[in-house]
Design a protein around this ligand. Structure first.
Ligand SMILES: [Zn+2]
Length: 213
């Protein structure tokens, strides 16, 4: 019922970021005023060195509305909020895409447990919201036995929980690849993925993060 009232634009919600009441047509978590308030953060600190990553760009700091948005998308499983966040960062992300001119754009995979409980990959929906063409390149390896069953060549390509989808390994050769992720914390995920891509002959790997923790 709440969902239907929301679609009709009749349900009142309380914004999880600012606490004000609002009527949300597509989602009832974050108000339009908050959504419209997020801006790229300047000057961003790019001191963190990321191995195998040629360059990276960050939209904002993991605080305030941006933090509420990312947390709400993940914990409330809101596809429409992920699309809204994509729309909000679109201009900044596209500036970087036009500067880089990558051959393909991708995103990290969720582990299977997360994927099943959430039902969708939130970064994929953020990319949809930003009208960015993307391609899923990776799989998570959640269970240990299959790794042992891989031959040596495939095992080398399955670095610490991630692997490139078999049928795409040849495809990434010589490609300039941009990986988009939500959060930069230690950088361990992005470095693993970049290493994987470089080890099968990618030309360059770059990264875009929505927020830095
Ligand atoms: Zn608000």
């Amino acid at each position: 019922m709440i969902g239907l009232l929301q679609i009709l634009g009749l349900a009142e919600s309380v914004c999880l970021s600012c606490g004000s009441s609002f009527v949300g047509k597509s989602q009832g978590f974050i108000c339009d005023a908050c959504l419209e308030s997020i801006k790229p953060y300047h000057p961003m600190d790019y001191d963190l060195k990321l191995d195998y990553v040629f360059s990276y760009r960050i939209y904002g700091l993991y605080e305030g509305v941006l933090k509420h948005l990312i947390r709400t998308i993940k914990f409330q499983n809101s596809k429409s909020l992920a699309l809204s966040l994509g729309k909000a960062i679109k201009e900044h992300l596209w500036e970087y895409i036009e500067e880089l001119d990558p051959d393909l754009i991708t995103f990290p995979p969720l582990n299977l447990r997360r994927f099943w409980s959430r039902g969708f990959n939130h970064v994929e929906y953020i990319l949809k919201g930003a009208d960015v063409p993307y391609m899923g390149l990776f799989r998570r390896i959640d269970f240990s036995p299959p790794l042992a069953r891989l031959n040596k060549e495939k095992r080398e390509k399955a670095v610490m929980g991630y692997r490139i989808i078999d049928s795409l390994i040849d495809f990434v050769e010589d490609k300039k690849i941009l990986i988009v992720d939500d959060l930069l914390t230690t950088g361990s995920t992005i470095q693993r993925l970049a290493y994987l891509l470089m080890s099968v002959g990618a030309k360059e790997v770059h990264a875009y993060f929505i927020a830095k923790d």
